[in-house]
Structures are given as structure tokens and as C-alpha cells.
Design a protein around this ligand. Structure first.
Ligand SMILES: Cc1cc2nc3c(=O)[nH]c(=O)nc-3n(C[C@H](O)[C@H](O)[C@H](O)COP(=O)(O)O)c2cc1C
Length: 474
């Protein structure tokens, strides 16, 4: 059923390391100065958006032994940034991606509880398992844990964190009548499981939200099931109408077996956008942005990820290589998170077919085939497309990924936000409550024991198929 007044959830992804960021543009500023983060966060708050979102990269991608061109801006630490932003914003949610493979629950639970206190209830955790041994080398664990076990560990990680957050009852601290602790056992915990065996006292009293909002990003069947069982929101890559609807109904369809309702889990795909005075202006600008995103050297780097070969001798303005891709389980030309190519021969054939049919060079072919602008048009068209997508269950909203830092959100907030407000799908002010959970319309944090009961039904589950929409992520 469509609902044209369904509220649109909007997040703002700080444009860090990914293939859509343009930092050669004169408008592009620092990716690491506090001033850039502040500008971006305050713009999002001025637009009454729900939250700011940080992706995580624990190791910079490398290609041919060099740091990937798009990664030279680096990856500063999530908690430090979000704590700084808590001080310069008042209402905006602060979402950070933190993986469960290379961390420990006690430390992460403590950091999120602290962030929730410092921000007065605005913390969110995007749980990822991370995907490769290259990243793990930073932690001396290399290829630590196969895929399925990473999710098993993630599940136990969150369950443990929830136990820690619940270890302090609400109002456990009362500084009157000489009674400081109303419950002498406050903070006590004991968790014995396959991955974690921890006991002690948690150091942080209960935070305003109780538990931060839990996001999940991961697209496999295991990942989707994990989201249905354990998360409040999903950061997805499926923003197109058809793939978005398929993803939405697949993941929401999994909720009933955990006795959860559709509204308990928000589906929020990443979305890029290019605005113009008219639709045709925007289309022209979008083509220019694509050329900025795929510089001549980026075109070669992206092509190498398909061919798995050193193609540095090729002319980006010349034809595609006639040599075939190199298939090898051991050697990958790119190290670290990147586009995943499951069948390099089929992918190379697709590149060749497009190049031949349209007479395109290497760079033009890469631009044609790796494009991912979700919303292109005048502010009116983009606002209408967003409202339509949410009304027709492509998603519950979007996490906007601008291509310019830090000013890439400015035009959206100035020109699109007022139209969404006029249509009654975006708040004029933050009035629904003080916390991020309130803004998102999520129920108050459920106790760890509820989540544990849902998780115990995991054995009986059969899972559906997962499929990629766009295959590159932050
Ligand atoms: C939309 C999206 C965004 C992601 N962002 C990150 C990220 O910022 N950092 C990271 O380490 N992994 C990220 N991941 C990948 C996760 O690490 C994920 O746990 C991993 O790919 C394994 O899960 P899967 O096989 O279910 O996709 C992302 C995945 C998706 C789908």
C-alpha cells in the first residue's frame, strides 16, 4: 500500500573514502579538519535530518603497492569525531560504524554508552563484521574467522554489549539522602559464551537511550537475518526502485519470525544526488560529476579491479585491453575493501560489449558502467522522487552521500528540504522527543533478554537469496 505522507528518514554520510568523493574540485575541502565535520553536521542539523553517518575503514586500500588515490585523505577515528560533533550539535543523531571482528564488547559498549551520555541520547552504532584478511593484519589476526562465524561473533558481541548496557538499572545513581547507589549490584555482569567469557562491573551508568540505535550493514543472507534479529536499522546499498523494493520486502519479511513489527527495522539505502535548476541542467551536471569522479587515473585503477592486472601502461582515452582478466585466488591487485567482481570474464565481456556498441574509451566505459547517482534533477523532481520511493516501499528513507566535502549537503538542505517539509514528510523542527530513537520513531530500547529470546530462534530459520545492486561500498 502506498502512503504519500509516510515520513522520510534522512541521514547524511560524511563523504570519506569511497568512489563517489570528488576532491579535485576547487570546492572540495579537508576531509580531516574539525571545521569540515562541523560544517557538514551543522548543515545536516539545519536541514532537520535524523543523523550523521560515518563509515569505517581500518586499513586504506592499496593497489600496485600504493595507497589507492581516493584513500589518501585517510580515515580518522570514529569515536573521537562523533564526540567532537556532539559538542557542536544539539539534535542530530551521531552514527558510527564499528566492527565486531577486531574489537571487544566491553570497550565498544563503554565507548557507545559514553557517546550516548555526551550527546544526550543521540548515539548510533552501525555494526559491521568487515570483510578481509588485509584489514585484519593491522590487528595481527589476518584472516581471523570465516564469514559465517563473523556473524556469529557479531551476534554474541551485540548481545554482550546489551547485557553491559542493561547492567545499570535506570536511576541507579541518586545523589541524595546519602544514598548514591540505589542498587548495590549496579554494573555487575557475567557473560559466558562461545566468543566471549567476561565478568565484572561495567563502568558507565545507564545512558539516555539505554542502548544506542543499532544499524547493520552487510548484504548476504546471514547479514540480512542478523539485521532482522538484532538491529533497528539497515544501511543498504539497494537504492534503485526494483532492487530497493526486493530488499525491503525480503528483510522486512524476516521480522515476523522474531515477533517484530515492520516499523521496528528501518531500511536506509545510500543515495547520491546531483541538483540543477532544471532536470536537464542536473543531468548535464551529473555527467560532469561522473567525469570528476572517474579521473583518468581512477579509470585505470577501477579497470584493474576487474582485470586484476597492472594496466598502468594503458591510455585511459584509448581502447579496452585485449588481454583477458587474470583469475587467481591468491593474488588480487587491490587490497582492502573495493568493488567485488565475482565473475571477471563475464564482467570484462560486459565492458567490451558496451565499449564496442557505443564506441567508448576506457575512461568513458568505466564512467558508463560504474555510475551510481541515485537522484538527479531539479529540487522539485528530487523531492518528488524521494517521497515516491518511500511511499512505495523502496526504503524508509535514505542516507545521503554528497560528492563534495564539506559543502556537498548545502544545496540539498537549502533547496530540497523545504519541499519535503511542505509535503509533510520531513519535520520542521525536532519535536518528537530528545533522543535519536525518538526522531526515528523507534520503540524505546528493549531489554537484552528480549533480544536474546528472539536470537534463540535462529536455528529454525531458512534464509532467502541476497543479491547486489551496486557492488562498491565505503
Ligand atoms: C552498504 C554497506 C556499507 C558498508 N560499510 C562498511 C564500512 O563502512 N566498513 C566496513 O568495514 N564494512 C562495511 N560494510 C561491509 C561489512 O563489513 C559487512 O559486514 C561485510 O561485507 C560482510 O557482510 P556481508 O557478506 O553480509 O555483506 C558495508 C556493507 C554494506 C552492504
Amino acid at each position: 500500500m502506498t502512503d504519500p505522507r509516510k515520513q522520510v528518514v534522512l541521514g547524511a554520510h560524511f563523504p570519506g573514502v569511497n568512489n563517489t568523493t570528488v576532491w579535485s574540485d576547487p570546492a572540495s575541502g579537508s576531509h580531516i579538519d574539525l571545521a569540515s565535520f562541523t560544517h557538514f553536521a551543522q548543515t545536516a542539523e539545519r536541514g532537520r535530518l535524523d543523523f550523521l553517518f560515518l563509515a569505517e575503514g581500518l586499513r586504506l586500500r592499496e593497489q600496485r603497492g600504493r595507497i589507492h588515490d581516493l584513500d589518501v585523505v585517510g580515515r580518522p577515528d570514529t569515536f573521537t569525531i562523533l564526540a567532537a560533533l556532539a559538542a557542536v550539535t544539539e539534535h542530530l543523531g551521531l552514527a558510527g560504524t564499528i566492527n565486531t571482528t577486531f574489537n571487544e564488547p566491553y570497550e565498544v559498549a563503554r565507548q557507545f554508552a559514553t557517546l550516548d551520555h555526551l550527546s544526550a541520547g543521540r548515539a548510533a552504532w552501525n555494526v559491521v563484521t568487515s570483510s578481509d584478511a588485509f584489514t585484519g593484519e593491522n590487528f595481527r589476526r589476518g584472516g581471523f574467522l570465516p564469514h559465517a562465524e563473523r556473524y556469529e561473533r557479531a551476534e554474541e558481541f551485540i548481545a554482550t554489549a546489551r547485557e553491559l548496557w542493561d547492567s545499570w538499572p535506570v536511576d541507579a545513581v541518586r545523589a541524595d539522602d546519602d544514598q548514591f547507589l540505589t542498587d548495590p549490584t549496579a554494573g555487575s555482569f557475567q557473560h559466558r559464551g562461545k566468543h566471549f567469557d567476561v565478568t565484572g562491573r561495567f563502568t558507565v551508568p545507564r545512558s539516555p537511550q539505554g542502548h544506542p540505535v543499532i544499524f547493520q550493514a552487510g548484504d548476504s543472507s546471514d547479514g540480512r537475518e542478523f539485521a532482522a534479529r538484532s538491529a533497528d536499522a539497515v544501511f543498504s546499498r539497494h537504492s534503485s526502485a526494483e532492487a530497493g523494493r526486493a530488499f525491503y520486502s525480503d528483510v522486512k519479511g524476516r521480522l515476523a519470525r522474531y515477533d517484530r513489527h515492520e516499523r521496528d527495522l528501518l531500511i536506509l539505502p545510500a543515495a547520491t544526488f546531483v541538483l540543477g535548476d532544471t532536470d536537464s541542467d542536473a543531468a548535464q551536471r551529473a555527467a560532469e560529476v561522473r567525469r570528476q569522479q572517474v579521473s583518468p587515473q581512477t579509470a585505470i585503477l577501477l579497470l584493474e579491479q576487474v582485470w586484476n592486472r597492472d594496466l598502468s601502461g594503458y591510455d585511459p582515452d584509448g581502447p579496452l585491453p585485449t588481454v583477458d582478466p587474470l583469475v587467481s585466488d591468491e593474488t588480487s591487485i587491490v587490497r582492502g575493501r573495493a568493488r567485488q567482481v565475482s565473475d571477471p570474464f563475464a564482467e570484462a565481456a560486459r565492458y567490451r560489449a558496451v565499449a564496442e556498441a557505443k564506441g567508448l574509451s576506457i575512461r568513458e566505459t568505466v564512467i558508463e558502467l560504474t555510475g551510481r547517482q541515485t537522484f538527479v534533477g531539479s529540487p522539485e523532481s528530487v523531492a518528488a522522487a524521494i517521497v515516491d520511493a518511500v511511499a512505495t516501499e523502496v526504503s524508509d528513507g535514505f542516507i545521503l552521500v554528497p560528492h563534495i566535502t564539506p559543502g556537498g549537503l548545502d544545496g540539498f538542505v537549502e533547496d530540497v528540504v523545504p519541499l519535503l517539509q511542505e509535503r509533510g514528510v520531513l519535520r520542521h523542527d525536532y519535536t518528537s522527543g530528545a533522543t535519536l530513537r525518538d526522531h526515528l520513531g523507534l520503540p524505546p530500547a528493549r531489554p537484552a533478554t528480549d533480544w536474546a529470546a528472539w536470537a534463540s530462534s535462529r536455528e529454525t530459520v531458512t534464509v532467502g537469496a541476497a543479491g547486489p545492486d551496486v557492488r562498491e561500498t565505503a
